[in-house]
Design a protein around this ligand. Structure first.
Ligand SMILES: Nc1nc2c(ncn2[C@@H]2O[C@H](COP(=O)(O)OP(=O)(O)OP(=O)(O)O)[C@@H](O)[C@H]2O)c(=O)[nH]1
Ligand SMILES: [Mg+2]
Length: 471
């Protein structure tokens, strides 16, 4: 190192000293959004990420941890008084207790603040003393992002589109029968509106269970405190030729507009607009297991979700965001512990291909993106099993159903993602030459050593991509 370099470092160090003083009054904050469709793995991801950031023994891929620059990480009260706190301790107990189990489904937005004490990097870093960085993690359902599409639609257009889309689905038969003989021009009647909304919500629930991803409006599946209120008591109806005042259709139209104004818009304003970094969790393996229709539907839903990260598309969203941008977006295929590690690269490629359309546009908007295959909480071990004269790369775990231990051969993912995505796009109803085993493992019983977080796959790399540059 030459004299010039030392002088440079010294200058930088001194420059840093100045900013260190001002930062003491307002420590920097990164807001990390964690989203994904229901059951994608958000709750497990946040719980394991936080546990592994506090006990960093399994985080070699996070540079600041490997270099020993994270002096401590601790939970603090979050800054937003009206957002429920992410129930970290309860979820950690569920996952790592003596009888581990997966967490219950979570219904709404929640938040957690993790604060770091960090040592400065570099020769003269020590001169500045440690700095503080807050990481605010915000958990919200991906379905809420899909609602963005509603902002550009009116009730007539939305109804027509939804009714066309769900027409061929068996799950929709009940709702379609309900509206078959209906006169939407008849006078509004609350009991009828309620029955229709319930019929439509039960279709959405069935569609979700069948593996469809386009289950909006988002609050119909996750109503939270809005359950039963008029903003959720509407459903798509064909537009009658004449619409008299006081007609059922008119009232439905009014409620659809109220849903946009009172539910969708506030979410984007109060939560989405403040996010700096985003991880989108995707249960790609789950969709592959469910078949080509589910894969195609997931691809579309992802494009819908990612539209939100492409401001400029919707005028009012640009207005809300101003110059603010999500700086980094990670697309993570979760539950990679269902596969032998030799298959992980293929899963990452499938993930990248699934995201292609959406990803290119997000990059265009200036965000850095990456695709990864991860497991937030590793529930399996790898095992090679001899079967009919050849070795199969399997994973072994405790079955969710019954608790028995079993080894599974999950099936061979294709090297080229197009082998899955093309038939999905072309409307195939089942995979031709592959058979993907559906697996459900219970979380493993853990014996954690001091300083070690729960076992995972590539959670450290995910963290490095999402926040490493700020640590
Ligand atoms: N094997 C394995 N399974 C996982 C992992 N993460 C999540 N899962 C499974 O996925 C399910 C859903 O995970 P959650 O974290 O509850 O998903 P979520 O996105 O919070 O779901 P909602 O709250 O319903 O929206 C769990 O019950 C597990 O069965 C993982 O890392 N490994
Ligand atoms: Mg959850």
């Amino acid at each position: 190192m030459g004299i010039g370099d030392i002088a440079d470092d010294l200058l930088r160090g001194l420059g840093g000293l100045g900013s260190g003083l001002t930062e003491a009054f307002s420590d920097p904050v990164i807001r990390l959004g964690v989203t994904g469709l229901s059951r994608a793995g958000k709750t497990v991801f946040i719980t394991s990420l936080v546990a592994n950031l506090m006990d960093r023994g399994r985080m070699p891929g996070l540079r600041a941890a490997a270099e020993g620059r994270i002096l401590s990480a601790f939970l603090q009260p979050q800054p937003d008084d009206t957002v429920p706190r992410f129930d970290y301790e309860v979820h950690l107990d569920e996952l790592t207790g003596p009888a581990p189990r997966w967490p219950e489904s979570t219904r709404a937005v929640s938040e957690l603040r993790l604060s770091f004490r960090l040592a400065e990097a570099g020769l003269f870093g020590g001169m500045r003393g440690p700095r503080t960085l807050h990481l605010d993690i915000v958990d919200y359902p991906g379905e809420w992002l899909l609602d963005l599409a509603l902002m550009e639609q009116d009730y007539a257009g939305w109804s027509a589109e939804v009714l066309t889309r769900i027409e061929p689905r068996v799950e929709a038969a009940g709702y379609l029968a309900q509206i078959a003989g209906l006169d939407a021009a008849a006078a509004h009647d609350e009991m009828r509106a309620k029955a229709l909304a319930e019929g439509f919500a039960s279709y959405l629930g069935a569609a979700r269970a069948a593996g469809y991803s386009d289950c909006t409006p988002g609050r119909f599946l996750l109503p939270g405190e809005l359950a039963g209120s008029p903003v959720l008591t509407f459903a798509p109806l064909p537009k009658p030729a004449e619409i008299p005042r006081g007609a059922l259709w008119r009232e439905m139209e009014r409620r659809f507009e109220a849903y946009k104004a009172k539910v969708v818009k506030p979410f984007f304003r109060d939560h989405f607009a403040k996010i700096d970094r985003q991880v989108v969790l995707v249960d790609a393996l789950g969709a592959i297991h469910a078949g080509p229709r589910a894969v195609e539907d997931m691809r579309r839903a992802m494009a819908g979700i990612l539209a939100a990260f492409r401001p400029g598309r919707t005028g009012w969203l640009t207005g809300l965001l101003g110059l603010r941008r999500v700086e980094r977006i990670l697309f993570a295929a979760t539950k990679a512990d269902h596969l032998h590690h030799l298959e992980h690269a293929k899963l990452t490629r499938i993930m990248a291909a699934l995201m292609r359309d959406a990803k290119d546009r997000a990059e265009f908007a200036g965000a850095e993106t990456a695709a990864m295959a991860i497991a937030s909480l590793r529930a399996t071990v790898e095992e090679s099993v001899r079967h009919e004269g050849r070795m199969l790369d399997c994973v072994r775990g405790r079955l969710l159903d019954g608790g028995r231990e079993a080894a599974f051969y999950p099936g061979d993912l294709p090297d080229n993602p197009a082998a899955l995505l093309a038939p999905a796009r072309e409307g195939a109803t089942q995979w031709l030459d592959a058979d993907y085993e559906v697996m459900a493992f219970a979380p493993a019983v853990l014996k954690l050593k001091p300083g070690e977080g729960p076992p995972h796959i590539r959670l450290d790399r995910a963290a490095e991509f999402l926040i490493g540059d700020r640590l």
